[in-house]
Write a protein that binds this ligand. Sequence first.
Ligand code: ZN
Length: 545
Amino acid sequence: MIENSSIENLKTRLDIVDVVGNYLELKKNGANFKAICPFHSDSNPSLVISPSKQIYHCFSCGAGGDSIKFVMEYEKLNYPETIEKLATMYNFSLSYTDNDKAQVDRKLMDNLTLFFRKNLDYKKSAKEYLLQRGIGESTIEKFELGYAPSSDETLNFLRGHGYSMSELKDFGVADISEKGNRAYCRFNERIMFPIRSRTGKFVGFGGRTITNHPAKYINSPQTRYFNKSKLLYGYYFAKDSIFKNKKIIITEGYLDTIMLHQAGFTNAVATLGTALTNDHLPLITKMEPEVVLAYDGDDAGIAAALKASTLLSKHSFKGGVILFGEGMDPADMVKNGQIEKLNKLFNETQPFVEFAIERIVKKYDLSDALQKQKALQEGTAYLQSLPETLQESYKGVLSGALNLPQNLVKTRRNATMRNTQEAFVDILELTIIKTILHSPTLIDTILDNIDISMFKSHNEEFKLLLNNELEDPRLVRIGLWDDIKTYDEVNLISAMITFLIRFYSEKLQNIKRDKNLSYKEKQFYIRSIQEKIFKLKKGELVAFE
Ligand code: ZN
């Protein structure tokens, strides 16, 4: 562990302006600084950085905290990882303690894994179960599969090693019964799957019954060492392969993962009886892999795949879904020697966005107008949660699935969709529209520099204007709107410059976050946009290209 005093020392070296400035472009604003907020789809700089308070705060999404919190959130790291990252950034050497308690605990889990492992050799029916599922000896060895005998036998073993009840409780190994009079081990007559942390420490177990206990699988409970929703089973063995192949296969089960490894798919992992969540993403984000979701084709599997697809597409992950039917899951297919077929399936997944749209639409009866409307709403809300480029590319898929004209699918940026009516109003866009309504000859000044796609909140109205549909009530309303000014040519140009700076700054942020671009592409786009912003700031217009 990192020594506390060392963390405190590091903290005194951190300056919020400097830390945030490493990631974002800051603008001086009185005593504070402002920036485009990276935690929501921001168009105006909503993030305020206060040097006197040493904090940041977003007035739009509410994100906020100190330097450490910023790096944690931005880089999606946990606390110690963040401290280490900051220490590297500021060339600060941390001191570590070798925490005694952590040492004891680790030994406990190591001992217990070994104990279960030995018991597998004594329990014929357990070993036979594994062999009959097609699991080979070397796989049993690699994943250290074991067998938990009766609760009393395990407790005797642990007590014999001098572990106290509180230690056993700490690690979720044993507990006291509700009546408070009897200690019991959580795993009783089960095949044991030891679960390692990403660095390889044993942190928990999964157990499968072989005595027809109604709970087929159980996992260690949530403890301070074991957080199911941050761990992936098999990750420790898979990470090098994921990194090399730029691909990860995510399954729902221990056996699927083990059997896939046995068949050479060493980039397979499993969620631990939970959905794939945001908390899992830091494990894979940095390797930028294509993600294959290999899930069950039953209702629960489909629901889980939909949730995961939504999450992954929102974060611009490449990849897709493959659903397995009854008696044909990855473990069975490996056992039956269908390796080639599996390989083919993993290469022919249905892309996340397509899968999500198809499944959302399938939830509704499209012959009913009201249901169809709901399907449109849910589908649109999903599309709007995606990065802009994806929204545009998949608009047609949604309208096609619903058999509706494409213009009914409104893809707007998240920020402008924030529920309230006011959020749709963008004064700058409206001012430009109203000015042209008022002085139509100014349209030429506009069109050289502004493309219709740059209008985010009032794209429809701008389109109407270009099509000269001046009687349309939406345009009439803008024409009569007293709060919106009309400009002369000089003021129009300065409004356009403001508009363009905003557009390109936002584009810059999107490119910085885009996981689909290579480093070189990013550098190229970033430079060209920065050049544009530079010119605009000097008061020069830049042509749209
Ligand atoms: Zn924000």
